[in-house]
Design a protein around this ligand. Structure first.
Ligand SMILES: *Cc1c(COP(=O)(O)O)cnc(C)c1O
Length: 384
């Protein structure tokens, strides 16, 4: 009889993390070792050199593969290193279709580095799946999407796009950083690959960078293990351990992030000084129905428009509990100004196309007491 798949929290705490066979320690140790003793020529315990593999990293990779319902996972030094590794699946002349509202660093990597190696990229609004189909060419190898997008919180129907990709023999990868596997598991919806900046919710404590690629096919595991060995942008054992520690509380953190996110979104939505709130959990979000179908929660990422740069600045100068900082997904509430921070590089015209106004403010709602977050926002909005 096949064993029933265990629940998410149980897998987050146990998968890949058997107690240490040597000592019984309940936590996987930080194997701070670059090399491994071999008994005789060619006879070793599975580890030879830590760029290739390391036991702390193996534990984390098994855990991530389980949480995303994939068959393999490979971790890298940052989210950007993971996306770089993903693109080594391609050769000169290959074409990628991607969301037009991606993480700025991803667009920069594609447009300013990878185009020099002959890869081609087309950006479309993937929230309409038909745009993806129209952009696919004979040379298309990959469709890469982010859902929800940053900071406009537009969704893409993963199942619909996966169906289009597979009809054309193209693979679909999803940057799942904003939702974490607790709220959204793209592979279960048909995606071939999932990528995360583990720097965000998976770590959850804003104390380390990392990235991961989760695959579903033997060639994904082979390719990404080979890339780890060849390019060397692997995650250190210490950072792997931080992630193993962080991921154990992913489920409880995400439930609290979601509860706080909903309250902050609703509160902002009725505030007189807020022009508009972008959050997939509000019934007036254009893809509210898709959000309910594709995600198990709405999460804690949202943005709202204060109408002008001056208004946004007045507010952001006054926050105390919310920290004005880039990044997201930590236990603390982080607040940012996309036009001057994360989306400065795409220029005014680029921002206008995506709807990113100068008065737009983004929040990654933390897991502090929500009354305190609301009180902080209230007093800061008084300055507007
Ligand atoms: C932060 C982020 C990245 C890049 O990850 P790093 O760990 O900063 O290199 C990629 N995609 C999304 C959606 C992100 O938020």
């Amino acid at each position: 009889m096949a064993e029933k798949k265990k629940g998410f929290s149980t897998r987050a705490i146990h998968d890949g993390q058997a107690s240490d066979p040597l000592t019984g320690a309940v936590n996987v140790p930080i194997y701070a070792s670059s090399t491994y003793v071999q008994e005789e020529i060619g006879k070793h315990k599975g580890y030879e050199y830590s760029r290739v593999s390391n036991p702390t990293r193996t534990a984390l990779e098994e855990n991530f593969a389980s949480l995303e319902s994939g068959t393999s996972a490979h971790v890298f030094a940052s989210g950007m290193a993971a996306i770089t590794a993903l693109c080594t699946m391609m050769k000169t002349g290959d074409h990628v279709v991607c969301s037009d509202n991606m993480y700025g660093g991803t667009t920069r990597l594609f447009n300013q580095v990878l185009v020099n190696y002959g890869l081609e990229f087309t950006y479309v609004d993937t929230s309409n799946a038909e745009n993806v189909e129209r952009a696919i060419r004979p040379s298309t190898k990959l469709v890469h999407i982010e859902t929800p997008t940053n900071p406009m919180m537009a969704l893409t129907d993963i199942r619909a796009v996966a169906e289009i990709c597979h009809r054309h023999g193209v693979e679909l990868s999803v940057d799942n950083t904003f939702m974490s596997p607790y709220f959204q598991r793209p592979i279960e919806l048909g995606a071939d690959l999932v990528m995360h900046s583990t720097t965000k919710f998976l770590n959850g404590h804003s104390d380390g960078l990392g990235g991961v690629l989760i695959g579903t096919k033997p060639q994904h595991a082979e390719t990404f293990a080979f890339v780890q060995k060849c390019t060397g942008a692997i995650l250190s054992p210490f950072e792997c351990w931080l992630l193993l520690r962080g991921v154990k509380t992913l489920a409880v953190r995400m439930r609290q992030h979601d509860a706080n996110g909903r309250k902050v979104a609703e509160w902002l939505d009725q505030h007189a000084k807020v022009k508009k709130v972008f959050y997939p959990g509000l019934p007036d979000h254009p893809q509210y129905e898709l959000a309910k179908r594709q995600m198990a929660g709405f999460g804690s990422m949202l943005s709202f428009d204060l109408g002008s740069l001056a208004a946004a600045n007045r507010m952001l100068k006054k926050v105390h509990i919310c920290a004005l900082a880039e990044s997201l997904g930590g236990v603390e509430t982080l607040i940012s100004h996309p036009a001057s921070m994360t989306h400065a590089a795409i220029g005014e015209e680029g921002r206008r196309k995506l709807g990113i106004t100068d008065g737009l403010v983004r929040i990654s709602v933390g897991i502090e007491d929500v009354e305190d977050i609301l009180a902080d926002l209230e007093q800061a909005l008084d300055a507007v």
